[in-house]
Design a protein around this ligand. Structure first.
Ligand code: HEC
Length: 107
């Protein structure tokens, strides 16, 4: 390969890699979101693998299959809490919340 070609190839890969990274950031990373979920006590209150309510906390399994559930509503609940749920507005970074939402969508 000629040097110019090689530089071109490296440049292309860099663009593709940054596009992928940026895309993942925007949509959220469900795997990271699961870590956030496990490390933010969400797990302590919410079931994710069955439909059973724990205390007042509804199970989050199939959350996004419920009518009327939107990213905005979920984000609002996570930020403000209420009715027995603590607010996470200050505790979590915006990117962590995006990841969290991506994870909740997989449930
Ligand atoms: C101390 C217990 C507790 C913790 C910790 C907790 N929640 Fe909750 N959560 C609740 C309760 C109770 C409700 C129901 C509130 C209501 O009825 O308004 C709720 C509601 C929700 C809802 C709305 C569910 C629906 O069906 O509409 C979502 C989404 C949610 N929580 C996500 C989370 C996430 C994500 C975390 C961690 C960042 C978390 N919760 C941590 C107790 C908790």
């Amino acid at each position: 390969m000629k040097l110019a070609q090689r530089i071109f190839a490296i440049g292309c890969s860099a663009v593709i890699i940054s596009a992928l990274a940026f895309g993942a950031d925007k949509k959220g990373d469900a795997k990271k979101g699961q870590e956030v979920f496990e490390n933010s006590a969400c797990m302590g209150c919410h079931n994710t693998d069955n439909d059973e309510k724990r205390g007042n906390a509804p199970a989050l399994k199939g959350l996004y299959k419920k009518a009327g559930v939107t990213d905005a509503k979920v984000l609002d609940k996570v930020n403000k809490g209420g009715n027995g749920m603590p607010p996470y507005d200050e505790q979590l970074e915006p990117a962590q919340k995006t990841d969290l939402i991506a994870y909740l969508k997989t449930l």
